[in-house]
Design a protein around this ligand. Sequence first.
Ligand code: FEO
Length: 386
Amino acid sequence: MKRKITDSIVYVGADDLTIDLFESQYQVPNGISYNSYIILDDKITIMDTIDKRCTEEWLTNIEETLGNQEPSYLVVSHMEPDHAANIKTLSEKYPTMQVVGNAKTFDMINAFFDIDLTERMVTVKEGDILSLGSHTLQFYMAPMVHWPEVMVTYEVSEKVLFSADGFGKFGALSVEEPWAEEAKRYYYNIVGKYGVQVQMLLKKAAGLDISRICPLHGPVLTENLGYYIDKYNTWSSYIPEDQGVLIAYASIYGNTAAAAEKMAEIMRAQGVRNVLVRDLAREDMAQVVSDAFTYDKLIVASPTYDGGVFPCVDTFLRKLQMKNYQKRKVGFMENGSWAPMAAKKMREAMEGLKEITICEQVVSIKSAMKAANIDEMKKLTEELCM
Ligand code: FEO
């Protein structure tokens, strides 16, 4: 896909609608876009390459845009292979092209590729400027958003921020869908661990006059940029986006599922709004992680299994740990036919997390819920929400 972003900036990336799992782990029902841009000026500059799954389409886009002209620079914002896979291919195609990156970028290029760029390296650091003619690039380091070598580029004349993974989303560009939900699922699962680093980048961005954000995935953002920046500020601060309760459960024969649904029913009857029930065994785990960050309260319900928690619940709790889940209130429901242990194990998994309040009241079911469990649910509702 090739299209103009401005008179002198052309999109040359590609949609991938056939990938089974992005990063070999994330479901992308609407695909993903790998974005790459060309700045047309005295010194023609290509902003990042793309995934090897779409090399051919990308090279065609470049050839159609440039004709017989040769690019002067390739700027490498991020070395993850969904963006960097074609550095060697492009460098061989255009032997006079210089490659722009920071010191860490070139270490990674040497690690990923068998290629000697010694005479073609333009090494930049924080604040460095590169003139292309009427366009001027300014480089800002963004370590750990999402890898250590990440940098973003601000083009001064057209006020464009090339934001690397930041402000990206799942979903191909050819598919119409709202930005926020898939951008949030992308953010928390891919960049979520690095909220502090995202905050540092947002502080740098606050000093720039930005009219467009060109990310490496998802649409170019052109209007109402404050909305997107506010979302990123909320997400990276680990502040809940809304009040509500996620009840995330697993159930082997349906008894824990029935208890989770009953818990939701009791909460709704008490006037608690936004009560969402998710089955960890069957629903997209990345979506449930995103839901957990959306709301300020969480209940995890698990059968006891091999003396611990059920495997997909264990994975969910581990993912929350990995993504720096914090600043929320949590309650537990367990089931166990002879020795319920899940609540104890879930508590141990979450105790070390920052600013997490764990409810004392536990709903403890022995096989199937009974009247005493309804009582426990009412008390848990009280402690969690009132
Ligand atoms: Fe889209 Fe961190 O790469």
